[in-house]
Design a binder for this molecule. Structure first.
Ligand code: GLU
Length: 483
């Protein structure tokens, strides 16, 4: 029987949920679905100083918001649990013992001071900082006695001398070799008894039956250490896929400084999860027909590693905004209403009900959910803070505008029936009488009622705002224009 494909993401909960985590999760999940396998979420929280539960919860919440759910994980459980490394702490010790027994690791008693001095010397000589191997010469039985007597120590990977360590990268479709002389004797077990990422990750990938490790390119230099661990344990290594690094528009690695990287930011900005997932799917990957708008299921149906590129894709906000606009405009009105409420762009369903006739008009004009509220605000409260100059179209005098607006007020006070069609016809007729361009009549009205020169269509807006409120706002504008 062929083995089941099992892939994982293994975020460290040490900060905000990163967009790169979602990117890697997407490709893991798409591949798992395409291969009929399982997608696992494992929390790597062995860095006790930097890991927090809040960060873990935020990561889970953000990935779930994106619809990138996992088949096994700390919250949903599964047959290979627990899925949080701090809950697995007790099981790493036996693997450290096994490695020590097999000569794949050694105990190191060097003090933090000595390691620091070593690093400084290496830095001064412009060398890569790495362990110099001093404790390799301590006799293992002696090392065990010292450890049992309570002497502080770490356990390090014993990189074999000579030769390269090689693995195949399935995205580059080639072997990558690292000279052993360049690989550090990586700390596997810290002096506080916690495993480092390298040990815990390899042990867990093995125990959880992970067949394919799909992760960001920045881990490429860690992979030879992991391969050495698999060899030392006598385990079969998984296949390795290193996804290209996302880049800012200046091609540097995507970073908080230049681009927002927190998934929570994208949510607050009003990006739709399906648009963000689609956007991430376009980074370094393409559909076989080159189509840019596609769903996760369509991505799965067309999934192929050969279409993953190796050059770092640029995180292009114009494209994201464009896609988000497409998805937003395609939402049904009930769906749009549901999302506006759930993303807190509006206080209640009732408020949306009150402006139901203009919702489709607003929907056409926004690219993100967050643009809804500023655009719709005038339905709920009188605009106050606009500059009087906004009321005056180019090449018109304030005094003329004041008169025209006063005439508009009369027309609006009388309009019957109160429909946007009637309002528009009456104001156009007024413009005719005044021999003004219709636009010059509309603009003062628009600014008076909405507080802005840009708004949803004017007459539909007036119809929803209502006669009384419209007149009140015109009066306020007339006061602003008073000499
Ligand atoms: N814990 C690592 C991280 O934070 C996991 C890297 C890997 O996938 O092996 O990204």
């Amino acid at each position: 029987m062929a083995t089941e494909t099992r892939v994982r993401i293994a975020p460290s909960p040490t900060g905000e949920p990163h967009v790169g985590t979602a990117y890697v999760a997407l490709f893991n999940r798409a591949y798992a679905r395409a291969a009929g396998g399982k997608f696992i979420l494992r929390i790597e929280d062995t860095d006790r100083e930097r890991s927090t539960r809040e960060s873990e919860e935020a990561i889970l919440r953000s990935l779930r918001w994106l619809g990138l759910e996992w088949d096994e994980g700390p919250d949903v459980g599964g047959p290979y649990g627990p899925y949080r490394q701090s809950d697995r702490r007790g099981l790493y010790g036996q693997f450290v013992e096994e490695l020590l027994g097999r000569g794949g690791a050694f105990r190191c008693f060097c003090t933090p001071d000595r390691i620091e001095q070593l690093r400084e010397r290496q830095r001064a000589r412009k060398q890569q900082p790495r362990y110099d191997g001093l404790c390799r010469s301590v006799d293992p039985a002696e090392a065990r006695r010292r450890a049992e007597a309570g002497e502080p120590h770490v356990v390090r990977l014993e990189v074999p001398p000579g030769g390269p360590t090689t693995f195949r990268d399935e995205i580059r479709r080639e072997a990558i070799a690292f000279e052993n002389a360049q690989i550090d004797d990586q700390v596997l077990l810290k002096s506080d008894g916690w495993p480092t990422y390298h040990l815990a990750s390899v042990v867990d990938d093995h125990l959880m039956g992970i067949t394919d490790v799909i992760r960001a390119e920045e881990w490429i230099s860690s992979t030879p250490k992991h391969v050495l661990l698999y060899q030392a344990f006598g385990w079969t290594a998984p296949r390795f896929f290193h996804m290209p690094l996302l880049r800012n528009s200046d091609k540097s690695k995507i970073s908080k400084r230049k681009n927002p990287t927190s998934l929570e930011w994208y949510r607050q900005q009003g990006y739709l999860p399906e648009a963000l997932v689609n956007f991430l799917g376009l980074l370094g990957w393409s559909m076989s027909d080159g189509r840019e708008k596609f769903s996760f299921d369509e991505m799965v149906a067309d999934f192929n590693w050969e279409r993953v590129g190796t050059t770092g894709p640029i995180f292009d906000f114009h494209k994201l905004d464009w896609l988000n606009g497409l998805y937003l405009r395609a939402l049904s009105i009930p769906d749009l209403r549901r999302r506006l409420v759930s993303e807190r762009c509006i206080e209640s369903e009732e408020r949306l009900e009150a402006i139901a006739p203009v919702l489709p008009l607003i929907q056409e004009r926004i690219k993100k959910l967050s643009e809804f509220r500023p655009m719709a605000d005038f339905f709920f409260q009188d605009p106050r803070d606009y500059e009087p100059a906004l009321l005056v179209p180019k090449k018109r005098e304030a005094s003329d505008v004041r008169q025209a607006l006063a005439r508009s007020r009369e027309v609006i006070a009388r309009a019957d029936p109160w429909t946007w069609e009637k309002l528009e016809a009456d104001i156009r007729a007024l413009a005719d009488q005044l021999q003004w361009k219709p636009g010059d009549c509309f603009m003062p009205l628009r600014v008076a009622v909405t507080g802005s020169t840009q708004s949803p269509p004017l007459f539909q807006s007036l119809a929803v705002v209502g006669r009384e409120v419209t007149l009140r706002r015109i009066d306020a504008a007339l006061a602003k224009l008073a000499p």
